[in-house]
Design a protein around this ligand. Structure first.
Ligand code: TXA
Ligand code: MG
Length: 343
């Protein structure tokens, strides 16, 4: 299959490009498109065969439910029941935006394989003009996971989608680099208090300001098995082993020197302020305390490391607060928990 990339910006015939994408979706095929977090791979959520093509293209385990994307807040009621008052408040405050809420599923509307075996459904309204335009022209719900091959970092540019899915999907709608860079926060609204199943673009602090305390996944004994099934798979595994390291210029310099003595070539992901001249590759993700920039550039940097011949990747840590919680969550996964320590 040939993968066509169409651009949507002020220079081109946007209406025709959108219409092509919508026609493909209506015919039961998949289309990759930008959201404010990462690129999604969308299919009409009410069509079983269309949804199946998402799992096939990504190589995604078929027991991992998909997020349903909607173009209007009210549409949440079409796919979910018993939406609590607190969720209404969060929608009013943060939709469109990087917040997915898990509700009790309205039976018989969404294709069964979009939420395989689940009584619940995750819904979000993305804050991106291209995604919203597609949803409004389609006038239907889009099931859409991140548009990467399973095991790769989520794509934040159309080129990343192309690298992963070229030949596997008919169309990529190119809307430039995404803004947030990490995926949406997944919040389970079926428990009391609600529980964050995946930290993401919307911070815990912001949610708590609106509805009071929420739980974080994994903090209680009964939460040992992750309730967002996607969190149990190893994600974002780069080609070379990745180690997290304290965000200190001297600590990274020393680590690079030590690893060089072992004959290893080193790629470093770190802030723009550091100058680690001995690193074989240095990928700057933004200013030390600008976590929004670090989140926006993190996945690109991990992909760039994969294009090098590095034997080891070192990635500077952030504090686990604000969007730093999502950054550290993704880094910990990419590192499979490994931290570099001086021997
Ligand atoms: O920002 C995002 O959320 C992006 C863009 C494209 O919207 N989408 C995304 O989808 O990251 P995906 O499929 O890569 O990750 C969805 C996560 C998975 O961890 C999945 O297990 C969880 O959300 N999830 C989806 N529906 C759920 C449900 N009903 N109950 C629990 N977890 C759910
Ligand atoms: Mg994903």
């Amino acid at each position: 299959m040939e993968t066509k990339i169409v651009s949507v910006d002020s220079e081109v015939d946007n209406v025709r490009n959108y219409q092509q994408a919508v026609d493909i979706l209506k015919s039961g095929e998949v289309v990759a498109f930008p959201t404010e977090t990462v690129y999604g791979l969308g299919a009409l959520a009410t069509k079983r065969e269309a949804v199946q093509k998402i799992y096939d293209a990504k190589g995604r385990p078929s027991d991992n439910p998909l997020i349903i994307h909607i173009g209007k807040k009210e549409d949440a009621n079409l796919y979910a029941v018993d939406i609590p008052e607190a969720a209404q408040k969060l929608m009013d405050r943060f939709w469109p935006g990087p917040l997915t809420m898990v509700f009790h599923k309205r039976p018989g509307v969404i294709a069964e394989n979009a939420t395989p075996g689940f009584e619940t459904v995750g819904i979000r309204m993305p804050d991106h003009p291209v995604a919203l335009q597609l949803l409004n022209m389609l006038d239907g719900p889009l099931a859409a996971p991140s548009a990467n091959r399973s095991g790769k970092p989520s794509p934040t540019e159309a080129e990343h989608v192309y690298a992963d899915l070229n030949g596997r999907i008919p169309m990529i709608v190119d809307g430039g680099q995404t803004g947030v860079g990490v995926e949406s926060t997944v919040l389970d609204m079926t428990t009391e208090p609600p529980a964050i199943l995946r930290p993401g673009g919307l911070t815990k602090e912001m949610i708590e300001k609106v509805i009071g305390p929420v739980q974080s996944e994994g903090k209680t004994e009964k939460d040992k098995a992750p309730r967002a099934p996607g969190m149990k798979y190893m994600h974002y595994a780069p080609n070379a082993p990745l180690f997290m390291i304290e965000a200190s210029e001297t600590a990274i310099q020393t680590a690079v020197q030590n690893l060089h003595k072992e004959g290893k070539r080193i790629a470093v992901i770190g802030p723009e302020e550091f100058s680690i001249e001995e690193a074989d590759w240095y990928f700057s993700v933004g200013s030390l305390h600008d976590y929004d920039a670090i989140a926006a550039n993190l996945y690109r940097a991990i992909r760039q490391c994969d294009e090098t011949e590095a034997d080891v990747i070192l990635a500077a840590e952030t504090e686990a607060s604000g969007v730093g919680e999502a950054i550290m969550n993704r880094l910990t996964k990419a590192a499979n928990g490994k931290r570099y320590s001086q021997r």
